[in-house]
Design a protein around this ligand. Structure first.
Ligand code: ARG
Length: 465
């Protein structure tokens, strides 16, 4: 144990349990690169404005680079009694270059230091998840393209559900494109968040700014930020940049969890819509026949922790008076965790989806069951001038007749159909196939092959302008 960097006023040593409780170095050492980048920008600026001499700057810079290479090499000794990444780096610098190291912290506080480190990290993480989200979107778009086939007849048909009851037939490609749309917004949320957090808090100092003639614009520019934060209290005391990142993570996770739920369900024996690749499924230690969708189940389950990370930080922040409070040390682990979790889930799905085999016969057969073309029969009547509400009632009656006798709509007799409405016939019921139903969904954004083709082409152009 050496003397604390803040030890001046203390007569008694820190309690061991307090030291353990207080220390964040176990997790914030992940910010070491960002911390040293911040220090290099700070010390260069201190030289520029003549707060430090050129020689002092050179010594500190060399020392920091030396520390950085030890950290990269894995030979750096992280010490719990040095509390956090900032004081570990600074104390190691002092070990190497002596008392001049103490000049690095001129016109700076750990409060603006941690705020700048964490912003650098979170901005990078947001941009990285934006591009990983984009990569998955590209994969799902390619799948949409693939299952659209060459002509209208090839397009794979899937039952569309509401309330998990068969509703209307759709194209599998249309289903993929729904996720493409969600992922596009998810990427946008990460990019928006990155843009909004693109301000450097460095130079806010402890909370009130500093009497030293620092150049905050210079350090902001050196660190790749668009500008410095405009208010020093806000600069050190706000964590909404992390909340925004965590919230974009939570929404993306919700989308990936819905996708997971669908894949799990559709891969069951009962649905039989798809087969997941052996490389991304697991077996059972007792039941030899099992092939379990663990990746999807974990992706669904991990949404819980990603949501938890958002709720956790919201709760940490809500009771803290301005500006910095040690509570804010709790801001990091959730961000690291959500970032790591989503990095892997996005990658796994990008690998797994192209290897997933869809069974077009099964999906089409399922799409035809459950009276999925009933709306088309009602629409047929309505096109002949029957008010839609009345048509709905008529077809509802037919579905009742058919379901009570275990038949499909096209299995009803001519007499039964004509009895329900004079405009109906067996011929018309026969024509109302799932292909026909899908083909007619021509409204903008609808599931007709032509519309989905346009949507795929537009999405490709948006990715590759
Ligand atoms: N380890 C601290 C954190 O993560 C660094 C800032 C400490 N500042 C302070 N005044 N104690 O928040």
């Amino acid at each position: 144990n050496d003397k604390k960097l803040w030890g001046g006023r203390f007569a008694e040593a820190t309690d061991r349990l307090v030291e353990l409780f207080n220390a964040s170095v176990g997790f914030d050492q992940r910010l070491a690169e960002h911390d040293i980048r911040g220090s290099l920008a700070h010390v260069a600026m201190l030289g520029e404005v003549s707060i430090l001499s050129a020689e002092e700057v050179a010594q500190i810079e060399a020392g920091l680079r030396d520390v950085l290479s030890d950290i990269r090499a894995g030979t750096f000794e992280w010490r719990l009694d040095r509390e956090d990444v900032h004081m570990n780096v600074e104390a190691a610098l002092r070990d190497r270059i002596g008392p001049v190291a103490g000049k690095l912290h001129t016109a700076r506080s750990r409060n603006d230091q941690v705020a700048v480190d964490f912003r650098l990290f979170t901005k990078e993480a947001a941009l990285d998840l934006a591009s990983k989200t984009r990569a998955l979107r590209e994969v799902m778009l390619a799948e949409a393209d693939k299952y659209l086939g060459r002509g209208e007849q090839d397009a794979v048909i899937l039952p569309g559900y509401t309330h998990l009851q068969v509703a209307q037939p759709i194209l599998l490609s249309h289903w993929f494109m729904a996720y493409v749309a969600m992922l596009e917004r998810d990427e946008g949320r990460f990019r928006d968040a990155a843009e909004r957090m693109d301000e450097s808090p460095l130079g806010s100092s402890a909370l009130a700014g500093t009497p030293w003639p620092i150049d905050r614009h210079a350090t902001a520019a050196a660190l790749g930020f668009a500008r410095p934060t405009a208010n020093s209290l806000d600069g050190v005391g706000s964590r909404d940049f992390a909340l925004e990142f965590l919230s974009a993570c939570a929404i993306l996770s919700a989308h990936l969890s819905r996708l997971s739920e669908e894949l799990i369900l559709y891969s069951t024996f009962e649905f039989g819509f798809l087969t997941l690749p052996d490389s991304h499924t697991t077996g059972s230690s007792i039941m030899p026949q099992k092939k379990n969708p663990d990746v999807s189940e974990l992706a669904r389950g991990k949404a819980g922790r990603v949501f938890g990370n958002l709720m956790g930080l919201l709760t940490v922040v809500k009771g803290t008076p301005l500006a910095y409070n040690k509570d804010l040390q709790e801001d990091k682990e959730g961000v690291f965790d959500s970032y790591d979790t989503l990095s892997i889930v996005l990658r796994l799905y990008a690998e797994m989806l192209p290897k997933t085999v869809w069974h077009a016969e099964a999906t089409k057969a399922a799409a035809a069951r459950g009276y999925s073309t009933a709306t088309d029969v009602a629409d047929f009547l309505a096109r002949q001038g029957v008010p839609f509400r009345e048509a709905h009632e008529v077809v509802g009656g037919l579905v009742g007749v058919a379901s009570r006798s275990g038949r499909q709509l096209w299995e009803l007799t001519d007499d039964e159909l004509r009895a329900a409405h004079t405009l109906l016939s067996a011929e018309i019921a026969r024509q109302l196939t799932v292909e026909e139903s899908v083909k007619n969904r021509l409204s903008y954004g609808g599931s007709a092959p032509q519309r989905v083709r346009e949507a795929v082409d537009a999405a490709k152009a948006a990715l590759d302008p």
